[in-house]
Write a protein of this length. Structure first.
Length: 535
C-alpha cells in the first residue's frame, strides 16, 4: 500500500501487477421448470445429483414429466441443475369487481397440534402424510420456572420415514428458541401457520398403547387434517408468463433469482403431453436471450413423421438463435408403470449430452455426432433415414438417429435460425453457445473496470487481461486460425474510445473471434488410377 514517509529510513511498498484473471463461467447449468410432488414453489433450487431431486422434490411422478427429464439429464452426464417448481393458479373474480384474482389450486396440509397451528412446508398431497408429536422435557432435569415451559416437537413424514426433532422450543415471544422461528429456519417439513402464538405451551401427547409402536398408535399422534393438502390442477401458460409473473419473479421469471443458468428445459405440462408452443416458446427464448442462455425445444406429440415436422415447424415459435428444436421423442421404460415403454421428451437427455460434451471437448464443440450418444434411451419414437434427415436438417430441425454400433445419437447441431434460406451468422448451436460463454465471462470479468480512470493505463490493463483470457481459449483450440492474430483480437484504445466517449464516461472494448464451425458434410472424393500407360 502507498506509504506516507515520516521518518528517515527504508519503506517497502507492494505494487499490484495489474493482472485481473478472467475466469470462464460454467456452460451447462440447466434450469428445469414444471410440477413436482413436493418442494419450494417459485424458488430456484440448485441440485447436484438426481438424489438431490428425489430428496427435495420427490422424484418421479406420474402427473408430471419434470422428474423424467431431470433423471435423463443426470444419466447423460449433467452435473448441476436448477429446479423451479410451479403450481397452478386459476383466476377468480373478486366479489363486486371486474379484475380477476389468482387463486392457487395447490394447498398446504394443515395440522392443529394441541392448539399449535402448523402447516406443511410447501404445497402438495405429500403433506397429508405428516404426523406430529409434542413431548415435554424431563421434569427431573428442570431447574428453573422458565424451563418448565419448554417442549419438544417431533415431525414424521409417513410416506418417506423422514423424521425431524426440535428440542427445547417455546411459545414465549422473546424466547431464543421460539417455535415459529425454529421451524422456519430448521424444518424441511412444517411451518407455523400465520397468526398469534398460543399463550401456553401445547399439551403433550399420550404415550402409545403397549402393543403399538410410537407412530403406529394414531390416537396418540396428531395427523394432518384429512385431504387438506392438494397437488392442484395441471399448469397452463399463465403459470409461467402470466400477469405480474415477471415483476414478482414467479413462474419462468423465478429464474431471475438465480445467479446463472445456461440451458433451459420446460418439459410438457399439459394433458396432451405438450406445452403452449404458440406463446411460451417465444417468451422463453426471449428470456434466454436476456439471460445469455439457450432453450431446448421438445417436439410436439403430434410430430409422428418427418412430413408433420416439416409442415408444423412454423407453429413452434419464431426462428431465434437462442433456441433449438430436436426430433423425434424418445422411448423409455417407465418404472412407475411396471417398466412399460412410453414416449418421453428428449430435452433432459439432450441437456445432459450438452454438459458432457462441454466437459470433454469444450463448449465450442458441437454436441452431436457419434460421441453424442443418448444413455438410457433404448428406442426413438420415429426412426429416420438419411434422406429424411436430409429434408429436416436444412430447415433447422435437429434429428435424433439410431446408428449401428453407436446406438441413439444426436445428429444435428442447428439453432432455430439454422434454416439454410436465412443465411444466419448464428446458424450453429456451438457458435451461439460459445458466444454466450464469452459474453458472460467477459461481462463478469470486467466489473472491476467501472469507475476506473478512463485513459491509456486502463485500456492497457483491459487489453492485457482480456487478451490473456482469449489466448488461453486459443491454446485450447476454441478458435479457427493457426496464429493468435488469425483467431481473435482485443481492441481498446483511443480509436475505440474517443474524447466524447471519455466525457460521457464510456470505455469501448471490441473483442473479435473466429469461431469453429462443425463439419456437417464430409465429402470423400475417390478416383480410380489407371495402370501405367506406355507413351
Amino acid at each position: 500500500m502507498p506509504t506516507q514517509p515520516t521518518y528517515p529510513g527504508v519503506y517497502i511498498e507492494e505494487i499490484p501487477s495489474g493482472v485481473r484473471t478472467i475466469t470462464g463461467v460454467s456452460t451447462s447449468i440447466t434450469a428445469f421448470i414444471g410440477r413436482s410432488l413436493r418442494g419450494p414453489v417459485n424458488e430456484p433450487i440448485t441440485i447436484n445429483s438426481y438424489g438431490d431431486f428425489e430428496r427435495i422434490f420427490g422424484g418421479l411422478w406420474l402427473n408430471s414429466t419434470l422428474g423424467y427429464a431431470v433423471r435423463d439429464f443426470y444419466l447423460n452426464g449433467g452435473s448441476q441443475a436448477i429446479i423451479v417448481r410451479l403450481t397452478h393458479s386459476k383466476s377468480k373474480p373478486a366479489e363486486g369487481e371486474a379484475p380477476a384474482q389468482a387463486e392457487p389450486t395447490a394447498k398446504k396440509a394443515q395440522l392443529n397440534v394441541n392448539s399449535l397451528n402448523l402447516e406443511a412446508a410447501n404445497e402438495g398431497n405429500w403433506g397429508n402424510a405428516l404426523k406430529v408429536r409434542i413431548e415435554y422435557v424431563d421434569t427431573n432435569v428442570i431447574r428453573d420456572a422458565e424451563a418448565k415451559k419448554l417442549f419438544n416437537i417431533t415431525v414424521l413424514d409417513n410416506s418417506t420415514d423422514q423424521q425431524e426433532v426440535f428440542r427445547n422450543v417455546s411459545v414465549l415471544p422473546n424466547h431464543p428458541r421460539r417455535v415459529d422461528k425454529v421451524l422456519s429456519n430448521e424444518s424441511y417439513l412444517v411451518r407455523f401457520r400465520n397468526g398469534p402464538l398460543p399463550t401456553e405451551r401445547p399439551s403433550a401427547h399420550a404415550q402409545p398403547a403397549s402393543d403399538k409402536k410410537l407412530w403406529g398408535d394414531n390416537d396418540t399422534n396428531t395427523k394432518a387434517e384429512e385431504n387438506s393438502g392438494a397437488d392442484g390442477d395441471e399448469l397452463d401458460v399463465n403459470d409461467f408468463t402470466g400477469s405480474n409473473k415477471e415483476g414478482n419473479k414467479e413462474g419462468l421469471y423465478a429464474l431471475n433469482k438465480a445467479d446463472l443458468f445456461n440451458i433451459l428445459c420446460i418439459p410438457p405440462y399439459k394433458a396432451d403431453n405438450n406445452i403452449d408452443y404458440d406463446s411460451l416458446v417465444d417468451s422463453s427464448a426471449e428470456f434466454c436471450r436476456d439471460r445469455r442462455a439457450f432453450f431446448i425445444i421438445d417436439p410436439p406429440s403430434n410430430w409422428t413423421n418427418k412430413d408433420v415436422a416439416k409442415n408444423d415447424l412454423q407453429n413452434i415459435g419464431e426462428p431465434t438463435s437462442y433456441a433449438a428444436v430436436f426430433f423425434p421423442r424418445i422411448k423409455q421404460p417407465n418404472p412407475l408403470r411396471d417398466n412399460q415403454i412410453e414416449e418421453f421428451v428428449p430435452c433432459g437427455a439432450i441437456a445432459g449430452v450438452f454438459a458432457r460434451t462441454d466437459v470433454q471437448r469444450g463448449v465450442w464443440k458441437a454436441p452431436a455426432g457419434t460421441e453424442a450418444t443418448l444413455t438410457g434411451v433404448p428406442q426413438l419414437s420415429v426412426p429416420l433415414t438419411d434422406p429424411e434427415n436430409g429434408e429436416l436438417n436444412p430447415l433447422g430441425i435437429n434429428c435424433l438417429r439410431t446408428l449401428p454400433a453407436f446406438g441413439r445419437v444426436i445428429w444435428g447441431a442447428r439453432t432455430r435460425r439454422g434454416d439454410d434460406r436465412l443465411t444466419d451468422d448464428w446458424k450453429y448451436i456451438p457458435v451461439r453457445r460459445f458466444a454466450l460463454f464469452l459474453e458472460e465471462s467477459l461481462y463478469r470479468g470486467t466489473q472491476w473496470v467501472v469507475f476506473e480512470p478512463n485513459d491509456e493505463p486502463l485500456w492497457a490493463q483491459i487489453r492485457l487481461n482480456l487478451g490473456a483470457f482469449m489466448h488461453t481459449l486459443f491454446l485450447q483450440g476454441a478458435f479457427q486460425g493457426r496464429k493468435p492474430e488469425d483467431a481473435y483480437f482485443v481492441k481498446c484504445d483511443k480509436e475505440t474510445t474517443i474524447q466524447n466517449d471519455i466525457n460521457l464516461g464510456i470505455v469501448n472494448i471490441i473483442v473479435g473471434f473466429a469461431p469453429l464451425k462443425p463439419a456437417e458434410f464430409v465429402i470423400l472424393k475417390i478416383q480410380q488410377i489407371a495402370g501405367q500407360i506406355a507413351v
